[in-house]
Design a protein around this ligand. Structure first.
Ligand code: NAD
Length: 492
């Protein structure tokens, strides 16, 4: 196995948080076939470390370990599991700076955003630690003479989690904390671009006293590993966050074993600005909703729909605010946007801009010659976006803002719903009748009114249509990992 990356090791207060192994059954594991993959810093293109690619038998060994450990973990009292999870929460918080550094180096986002993600990710651990104590069953008034009826909540079983690179830590804790609190062992397969955040979480889980076999991190060739996890009948739940394309593959591969599925997929969020809004305030909010994580965010405001009466003023303010954004290496100070995850993402972004311009969009701002390196994409503002453009139809996952004017509420509802996705939508207006009309008519799992920030541990996060199935966070989040067992106690 390769030696510890000097760049990363030097930057960490606790270098043991940087692990270049998989974590199976409480042991740091290398690939038995000797296969490895380099992980690169998207800001520089330099390798920051290597990960092993496990063989099929090693993935199965993780399931064996989880199966054996499940017996004890489910038998613990809920408050005992809560104690372990709270210890994990405390350790994540105590190591926040190192976790943020690892995240910025592997993902590219600015350090303050990484710190924010560590905080956000940790908050799910604390919330679900407590929620695990409230997985109540119910008593049912009996239509059967002399019988007592009710339900008991039980852990669904071994739960697999396949997670993306844009939120390398929070997408894991949002799933794993709920599963662990419910009494389920977990097998995490992080994105190969950002494995080190997951492995640092495993190190801290071990220190928190989460028993061996309960929190496993497997690494390998993604389609190969996912196929094994989906086909494995002992894995009873699969939670995936990632693209709709891969979500469909996993759903198909899970059909033979009838798994509990939670799919958090792509988004193409509309950002609606009503005629009553102050265009400057609305533009500030839209810039924040569009450019977080350099646009690589499933909640990014991808289709900005502005009432025609304030469109021009809004564009002006948006361009002004956008010009103030700084692009650079996320380790430096005062950076708003880091690099994109890799060169293909940059190519895709450039293709989307070219397509829009060739179909009549106006490039208001965005000069790629200013990009500070190969994986960077400067923020772009386009107006005159129409439905035939890729920017309208696809999730760009890049810092490209497209603005479209509309005439009235009915038109904006139709425009906003004109997408195969249904994750999140934003509404900016102070007109209460308009708020209710739009809120009810929008075909999205989450609607945020006059607020860019909408997520957090107690709320149900998830989409409709091609944005997925199931919810994470809140009481629905833990239900994804619980079975309802009905009982009938008769009189004899
Ligand atoms: P992705 O679908 O390419 O990858 C997600 C995971 O699937 C990774 O672990 C990857 O290694 C694995 N994977 C990739 N190809 C695979 C294959 N053929 N078979 C099995 N597994 C495979 O997504 P991404 O590029 O990592 O992330 C971006 C996507 O995630 C965007 O579409 C974004 O909207 C979505 N996302 C959704 C949410 C949400 O909560 N709804 C949150 C964050 C990201």
């Amino acid at each position: 196995m390769t030696t510890l990356s000097t760049t990363l090791a030097k930057r960490l207060e606790d270098p043991r948080l940087f692990r270049q192994y998989a974590y199976v059954n409480g042991k740091w594991t290398h690939g038995e076939g000797g296969r490895e993959e380099a992980v690169t810093d998207p800001a520089t293109g330099e390798a920051i470390g290597h990960i092993p690619l496990l063989e099929a038998e090693q993935i199965t060994a993780a399931v064996d370990a989880a199966e054996a450990a499940f017996v004890h973990w489910r038998a613990l009292r809920a408050d005992e599991r809560c104690e372990r999870l709270l210890a994990w929460y405390d350790l994540i918080q105590a190591n926040r700076e190192d976790l943020a550094t690892i995240m910025t180096l592997e993902q590219g986002k600015p350090l303050p955003d990484s710190r924010g993600e560590v905080q956000y990710g940790a908050s799910f651990v604390r919330w679900f630690a407590e929620e695990g104590k409230r997985t109540y069953g119910e008593t049912i008034p009996s239509p059967i003479p002399n019988a007592s009826l009710g339900t008991i909540k039980e852990p669904v079983g071994i739960s697999a989690m396949i997670t993306p690179w844009n939120f390398p830590l929070a997408m894991i804790t949002r799933k794993a904390a709920a599963a662990l609190a419910a009494g389920c062992p977990v097998i995490v397969k992080p994105a190969n671009e950002t494995p080190f955040s997951a492995l640092a979480l495993a190190e801290l889980a071990e220190r928190a006293g989460i028993p061996e076999g309960i929190f496993n991190v497997v690494l390998g060739d993604p389609p190969e590993v996912s196929k094994i996890l989906c086909a494995e009948p002992r894995i009873r739940a699969l939670s995936f966050t990632g693209s709709t394309r891969v979500g469909r593959i996993l759903m198909e591969q899970s059909a033979p074993t009838i798994k509990r599925l939670a799919l958090e997929l792509g988004g193409d969020a509309p950002f609606i600005v009503g005629p009553d809004m102050d265009p400057k305030e609305a533009a500030l909010a839209a810039v924040a909703a569009k450019f977080q994580t350099a646009g690589q965010d499933c909640l990014a405001a991808d289709r900005i729909l502005v009432h025609e009466s304030i469109h021009d003023e809004f564009v002006e303010y948006f361009a002004e605010r956008m010009a103030a954004l700084t692009v650079g290496n996320g380790l430096e100070s005062e950076i708003d946007l880091g690099p994109l995850i890799h060169g293909q993402a940059v190519e895709k972004a450039a293709g989307i801009v070219d397509d829009a311009i060739s179909k009549g969009a106006t490039l208001v701002a965005g000069d790629q010659s200013q990009a500070p390196g190969a994986n960077y994409f400067m923020p772009v503002l386009l107006t005159g976006i129409t439905r035939d453009m890729r920017l309208w139809q696809e999730e760009s996952f890049a810092p490209i803002a497209g603005i479209t004017p509309y005439a009235d509420d009915d038109e904006v509802i139709e425009l906003a719903n004109d997408t195969e996705y249904g994750l999140a939508a934003y509404i900016y207006t102070h007109d209460i009748r308009r708020i209710w009309k739009l809120l009810r008519a929008l075909e999205f799992g989450m609607v945020s009114v006059n607020s860019v920030k909408m997520t957090g541990p107690p709320v149900p996060f998830g989409g409709v249509k091609q944005s997925g199935l199931g919810r994470e966070g809140g009481t629905c989040g833990i239900d994804e990992y619980l079975e309802t067992k009905y009982y009938c106690l008769g009189a004899l």
